[in-house]
Design a binder for this molecule. Structure first.
Ligand code: CTP
Length: 411
């Protein structure tokens, strides 16, 4: 039996949304993993699921009515807040998110939220236009700024028939978030407590590939999936950092919404975003696979295949890592990646010095489980003190955690 959440006390909050049916499975999964669960919900949630199902699955009375004499404990919003280690609100409707953001406490869930000062994850679920509505986005931003983790909604077919962002992540994914958060709460890192080093730090993170247009239909790019960058974004978010994620076009997304997401296409755009942000950052981790060369000219029309051969003239892109290294202040930390196929350590050492980085994460393409578009990676850390530390083949989530542990040990 999976007992990874043994002894954990979790409040599951539900607001009104069709995705509430998935929360019933989440409750079962949490209990199967060893957690104790109590449920709290808004009146609208009870239009979608019944008290009987929530009480039977959780094994505890449901807290749904602020003023009911039926409540076992009269001030349940305070006692639940004292009792729980963590709260997950799934589904979180646009209305409930707005109330959370503005401190409105007018029902059992919003009152408990206002009284809750521990780790909280909110899983928005709604129509895509409601999700992208500037008011909802501003409310989510407010919650992010206050340290609430947002489980980024999936994209796909929604209950209303529309397609787009807004689907609540599957129960298994939400379970993984909860486990991830509990792992971070439980395991103090080498030489530092779980959250203390990164908590409140501003971290510039780049990830994914860049795309350099040749003409309106073609481009130069690489195989980077962005998985390493997303794993770093999640690990940093879980450790309490404000992540400014400058991301090229990626097939994957972080599980938790970063503090700020800036989407870019080209190396030039990534360079501009990174250099503007850098002066106000504490740390930069540049995991993006940035194009080294870009076409000198972008054809406005599709290039026709008129001749037997075609020469593309390319020019060097600006090196973002080198630029940030040049402008680095003594209290800032800079991490670069390196992909080498020969003289790996030596070349990475040269890169570290040349670009004034504090640490280089060296990827080797020699190992079949490492590199692009796979879920594992094998890296070697090279730092400014001359240390070299080879790591085993691990999942990219574990590699992300190792990178952050190693970086904090440099200070
Ligand atoms: N990098 C960058 N800007 C570029 C190219 C690379 O910031 N225009 C960063 C990458 O994000 C990575 C590091 O530099 O953190 C090393 O990238 P890599 O491709 O290994 O090395 P290069 O410096 O591009 O040198 P070479 O390709 O010659 O090995």
């Amino acid at each position: 039996m999976d007992a990874s959440l043994k002894g954990k006390k979790i409040v599951v909050g539900l607001s009104g949304g069709i995705a509430a049916y998935k929360t019933l499975t989440l409750i079962r999964l949490l209990i199967k993993a060893g957690a104790e669960v109590k449920c709290v919900c808004t009146p609208a949630a009870l239009e979608f699921v019944t008290p009987l199902s929530l009480e039977t699955l959780s094994g505890h009375p449901l807290y749904s009515d602020l003023f009911s004499a039926r409540n076992e404990i009269k001030t349940a919003h305070v006692s639940y807040a004292d009792w729980a280690d963590l709260m997950i609100v799934a589904p979180a409707s646009a209305n409930t998110i707005a109330k959370f953001a503005h401190g409105i406490a007018d029902n059992a869930l919003t009152t408990l939220f206002a009284a809750f000062d521990k780790n909280t994850v909110v899983a928005p679920a709604m129509n895509t236009r409601m999700y992208h509505n500037p008011a909802t986005q501003a409310n989510l931003d407010l919650l992010l700024q206050r340290g609430i983790r947002i489980a980024a909604p999936d994209s796909g077919q929604l209950a209303c028939g529309a397609e787009g962002d807004g689907r609540m992540p599957e129960p298994e994914t939400l379970l993984a978030y909860v486990k991830w958060m509990c792992r971070c709460l439980d395991s103090p890192r080498k030489g530092t407590s779980a959250d203390s080093f990164y908590k409140g730090k501003k971290v510039l993170l780049t990830g994914g590939p860049t795309v350099e247009p040749i003409d309106p239909v073609r481009y130069l790019s690489n195989h980077s999936s962005g998985l390493m960058g997303c794993s770093l974004a999640d690990e940093l978010t879980l450790r309490g950092a404000d992540v400014y994620f400058v991301a090229g076009p990626m097939r994957v997304r972080p599980h938790f919404s970063p503090f700020r997401s800036i989407s870019v296409q080209t190396a030039g755009e990534m360079h501009e975003a990174a250099t503007v942000l850098w002066p106000s950052m504490d740390i930069a981790i540049l995991s993006a696979a940035v194009a080294d060369y870009t076409p000198v000219e972008v054809s406005m029309q599709k290039i026709k295949k008129d001749s037997d051969s075609l020469c593309l003239e390319l020019k060097k892109t600006q090196d973002i890592l080198a630029r940030l290294g040049k402008d680095k202040r003594p209290n800032q930390l800079l991490v670069g990646f390196a992909l080498e196929t020969e003289n790996e350590i030596e070349n990475a050492r040269t890169k570290l010095k040349r670009k004034n980085a504090d640490m280089i994460v060296l990827n080797s393409l020699r190992n079949p489980g490492a590199g692009f578009a796979v879920s594992t990676n094998q890296v070697t850390f090279i730092d400014k003190h001359g240390r070299v530390e080879a790591q085993e083949l691990k999942s990219k989530e574990e590699v992300a955690s190792d990178i952050l542990d190693y970086l904090s040990s440099l200070c």
